[in-house]
Design a protein around this ligand. Structure first.
Ligand code: AMP
Length: 117
């Protein structure tokens, strides 16, 4: 899908909207989810304008790997990695995606059910 840079995560990247930032580097930004679904819930987003995981191309492979590395590294720094954490990417409206800038959810601090709803 076409990337629309008026979405809220693009605005957070441009620092137009405040966020509780946990990590930033040349490829990604991580910040606390505004409506946490677990005691720890943060999002890791690429700086590149990718609307959905399905829109990532071969040129994005390194960025996709970096997002997962950052997710685990931040979880470790927050002290939640040992007990377990869940990583989720909702791709498309039917899967629950509401913000069309690719993001990795990281949830921790409670028991997780399977299968997810
Ligand atoms: P999804 O439904 O997978 O697209 O996830 C979007 C997530 O973004 C939800 O968990 C929202 O709570 C979160 N969210 C929306 N607006 C903001 C914001 N301004 N700051 C932080 N998280 C947000």
């Amino acid at each position: 899908m076409t990337y629309d840079d008026s979405n809220v995560f693009a605005r957070i990247l441009r620092k137009e909207v405040p966020a509780r930032i946990l990590h930033e580097d040349h490829l990604c930004l991580a910040f606390a989810d505004i409506t946490p679904q677990a005691p720890t819930h943060f999002l890791v987003i690429p700086k590149r304008p990718i609307a959905r995981l399905a829109d990532a191309g071969a040129e994005d492979k390194a960025v996709l790997g970096h997002l997962l590395w950052a997710a685990a590294d931040i979880a470790a720094r927050l002290g939640v990695a040992h007990d377990g954490f869940r990583v989720v990417i909702n791709n498309g409206a039917r899967a629950g995606q509401s913000v069309f800038h690719l993001h990795v959810h990281v949830l921790a601090g409670r028991d997780m059910a399977w299968p997810p709803g």
